[in-house]
Design a protein around this ligand. Structure first.
Ligand code: GLV
Ligand code: MN
Ligand code: MN
Length: 413
């Protein structure tokens, strides 16, 4: 199987020697290396490679006799699989790349078996799925489907103040072209994303593969607490307007609200400015990532966290500004496609339970416009967004077999 060669050739790209984690952020040299890897993998297979206006990569295996050309395939029946190549800061090797590598390996497996697509078969790698540089998750698929305003996207800035427009232009792309891509969407009849499982639901079972059922609604909220900078040694406690304190209250409230409602709430990023050890901060910015099994629960969690943050801010004489940076509604994957995935796997004797997930995916964004589905590959520890993220080689091979089965039934019949 070609999986190992593809996997090994991508593995060094963007890996930090000290942490062992990946730093593959969009429109950086590491991102360019991932794009070059994708282009080479596609070229080695004779696939037609396109980059769309939003920076998403496509490799097309056209049916015999199809015209090819520089655009998406005609007919509206294309079957697309893939995932993303970017990472969270110090992310694992599997989140995203497993889906892209498995997609190319599944193409190889179908060819080894002499299978030929009757419908165009595409491999996709979506840009900035993690929001690791510009903060908005699934940026490439959101732009493509019209789920984010292109003007807002162009103005998104990274931690150094570089905007998406500037970063794309520096990488040789035209940011003026980003936005909804109805022609490309109209080409796609189904999207199936294979992804490493990001929990332990399969870990203690005999199933290496699961089928995605739904994605929890989730979002990101930016909280800016503005106080008054002052001297750590001389400012009396009573005189302080310290933004760190209501920020701390918000973090604790997030944990409490998530526990109360059976949800998830995380503050994984905080910036204290100006950052002096011996000074009260002028400003503290924190990001809340919240997710829940349904919209009401998610709203309740966010409301409770923001109420606690506002109350604490008022109590400390601190200003609080809140901005919703992204909000993704609950997604139930297309039931007909889900049935097809289940019967394709069952027909090959592959047992695959159906799982919900609290993780976001491009498949969830595309689901608004295209029948979409997901396959998950067992993760023995469940750990993800971490260098410790893992899937065993045998399970990765099972993933390729499962994906090839699904693609065979969807595209080659
Ligand atoms: C993406 O992996 C997310 O769920 O944040
Ligand atoms: Mn991820
Ligand atoms: Mn992912």
């Amino acid at each position: 199987m070609s999986f190992a060669g593809l996997w090994d050739s991508l593995l060094p790209v963007g890996r930090d020697g000290a942490s062992g984690g990946y730093r593959r952020f969009s429109w950086t040299p590491e991102d360019a290396a991932c794009r070059a890897w994708f282009t080479l993998a596609a070229a080695e297979r004779g696939l037609r490679v396109l980059t769309d206006n939003n920076g998403n990569l496509w490799a097309w295996w056209d049916p015999p006799g199809a015209p090819g050309g520089a655009g998406p395939p005609a007919g509206g029946e294309a079957v697309v699989t893939g995932s993303h190549l970017d990472s969270v800061p110090d992310g694992g090797a599997f989140d995203g790349p497993l889906g892209v590598v498995s997609a190319f390996a599944a193409v190889d497996l179908l060819r080894e078996r002499g299978r030929v697509p009757a419908r165009p078969l595409g491999v996709a790698a979506f840009s900035e799925e993690e929001g690791g540089r510009f903060g908005v998750a699934c940026l490439g698929s959101r732009l493509m489907t019209g789920a984010i305003d292109p003007g807002r996207a162009r103005a998104l800035a990274d931690a150094a103040g570089v905007t998406l427009a500037e970063a794309m232009a520096a990488a040789g792309y035209d940011p003026g072209l980003i936005g909804p891509d109805d022609e490309l969407l109209a080409a796609i009849g189904a999207y199936v994303e294979l992804h490493v499982e990001q929990g332990r639901a399969l870990a203690d079972t005999d199933a290496a593969i699961a089928i995605g059922e739904q994605i929890w609604p989730h979002g990101r909220w930016r909280l800016d607490f503005t106080g008054r900078p002052d001297h750590a040694g001389t400012a009396t406690l009573a005189d302080r307007r310290d933004p760190m304190l209501p920020f701390a209250a918000a973090v604790l409230a997030a944990r409490q609200a998530a526990a109360t409602h059976g949800a998830r709430a995380t503050v994984g990023r905080v910036i204290a400015e100006p950052g002096a050890i011996n000074a009260v901060s002028a400003r503290v910015t924190g990001w809340l990532d919240a997710r829940g099994p349904d919209e009401q629960v998610l709203q309740a969690v966010v409301d409770e966290v923001l109420a606690a943050a506002r109350e604490a801010a008022a109590g400390h004489g601190v200003e609080l500004a809140v901005e919703t940076e992204s909000a993704t509604p609950a997604v139930r994957f297309d039931p007909t496609l889900r049935e097809t995935l289940a019967s394709s796997l069952a027909a090959r004797g592959i047992r695959a339970p159906v799982l919900p997930t609290g993780a976001g995916h491009d498949a969830g964004v595309l689901a608004a416009r295209v029948p979409s589905g997901m396959l998950f590959v067992r993760n023995p520890t469940g750990v993800s967004h971490s260098p410790a993220e893992h899937a065993n080689p045998a399970d990765c091979a099972a993933g390729v077999q499962a994906l090839a089965a699904v693609l065979d039934d969807l595209a080659c019949q």
